[in-house]
Design a protein around this ligand. Sequence first.
Ligand code: HEM
Length: 174
Amino acid sequence: MISFLKKLFGKKELPEKTETEKSKPMTDEHPADHPLTLEQKILVQESWEKVKPISDTAAELFYGKLFELDPELKPMFANSDMKEQGKKLMIMIGTAVKGLDTLGELVPAVQKLGARHVGYGVKESHYETVGAALLDTLEKGLGDDFTSEAKEAWTITYTTLAGVMIEASDYKAA
Ligand code: HEM
């Protein structure tokens, strides 16, 4: 797990792999396969349904918060159509939310997305800022529906996606 994400979200450590698990033969399973309990999946999927009808506003809120948290990120989007960009982001999150039962299947696509982000100038630390902007957006968009349980479930969802993207970006080697 990526340490800054744990720090950011104050999450409990994921259980360390036991020696037996470590020595298990490689399977097609990716650690991102089953990050959420059934209850948490339902929470994320239900709250996403409520965000979908307001996705334009949500995208606006998201980028507003992102640039408030780190104005230096603005030039990265200088040539972007922010409406289009917002749509792409919402579609990508929507895809992940829909596929929460089979996140592992999305891993290759998310890895490629992460690698493309290196080309956009994205640094590892930016994932923390984007995560904070996303949670803030959900809080504003969902109001009372964004319970602490929903926040935790969303945190795991984002952390898992970001973790796969970061892993595929090879930042440590950079
Ligand atoms: C889980 C995290 C993230 C997801 C799901 C996500 C999703 C996407 C998607 C779907 C695109 C469209 C282009 C493509 O598919 O390659 C994109 C582009 C982009 N993203 Fe992300 N992203 C994430 C994190 C970040 C972070 C941390 C940054 C840093 C500020 C960032 C900055 C950008 C930029 C600069 C572009 C290109 C904009 C353009 O070409 O107009 N993204 N992102």
